[in-house]
Ligand binder design. Structure first.
Ligand SMILES: Nc1ncnc2c1ncn2[C@@H]1O[C@H](COP(=O)(O)OP(=O)(O)OP(=O)(O)O)[C@@H](O)[C@H]1O
Length: 240
């Protein structure tokens, strides 16, 4: 088969006309978005703009929406979930778990989970093997959850505010851990309010407002076009 005849692979994420309402109040409104693999995309927006709602729908954990959603060509369901590693914004591990217990649980649930990589990341973050989640600080728990989410060989990583609860030095450590465990051909879609912290790692950004895409583009293009950092652009756009 010549290169010309190779079928084009579908976008990692393809969303068309997506709407979601909670008890009649819209959270996402006719949202359309297409993201290619092989990049880190920042998902930014003011409080209540729909970031978590969008990530949950992409992860296949939220139902009752209208529109079209495809993950590497698959509608949300078992096939898409097998390709997606989702890190929710809330703690999802049982309190009594020590790191090895959580690693065993992930290994049971996810065929693409790499135990050795997870152990490496737990050591990279300097987490205590003998402490349960109940005995860990918030930042430690976040690091363990990042270790687990990034140790799947996923096609799409959806990370909801992965660095929100940690000190600035730890944020850098977490971001380094995330990047060094990220395969070149995957897509990472990461929501955060800490734009300055992720400024240097995102290839492109999606700004949401009131459940719609307000602005989208390559980070370098947006910086050049607007003559400011992404953080500066965010402040300018959302103050308007
Ligand atoms: N379970 C829920 N029940 C009712 N309304 C909800 C629920 N979850 C979210 N919403 C509403 O949907 C809208 C979008 O919320 P969402 O959590 O997706 O925003 P967000 O951009 O992640 O916000 P933040 O930056 O504050 O985390 C908000 O108006 C919120 O009040």
């Amino acid at each position: 088969m010549t290169e010309q005849h190779l079928p084009a692979s579908p976008p990692a994420i393809e969303v068309r006309g997506l709407s979601k309402a909670y008890r009649g109040r819209p959270a996402l409104l006719n949202l359309t978005l297409s993201l290619q693999p092989g990049q880190i995309v920042g998902l930014m927006g003011d409080n209540g703009s729909g970031k978590t709602t969008l990530l949950k729908i992409l992860a296949g954990v939220l139902a009752d929406w209208q529109g079209s959603v495809r993950i590497a060509g698959h509608a949300p369901g078992p096939q898409s979930k097998a390709l997606v590693s989702f890190l929710p914004d809330a703690s999802f591990l049982p309190d009594h778990h020590k790191p090895e217990d959580s690693i065993a649980q992930y290994a049971r649930f996810h065929a693409d989970f790499d135990r050795a990589k997870a152990r490496e990341m737990v050591d990279f973050f300097g987490l205590p093997w003998d402490r349960s989640l109940k005995e860990m600080s918030k930042g430690m728990r976040e690091k363990l959850q990042v270790s687990l989410a990034m140790s799947r060989r996923a096609h799409v990583y959806l990370l909801d505010e992965p660095i929100s609860g940690v000190d600035p030095a730890s944020r850098d450590v977490i971001l380094r851990g995330i990047i060094s465990n990220f395969a070149d051909d995957a897509l990472m879609f990461v929501s955060t309010h800490l734009i300055q912290d992720v400024e240097s790692i995102v290839d492109s950004v999606v700004f949401l407002r009131a459940g719609q895409v307000l602005l989208q583009g390559a980070a370098d293009d947006l910086r050049a076009e607007h003559g400011t950092s992404l953080d500066g652009l965010f402040r300018k756009v959302y103050a308007a």
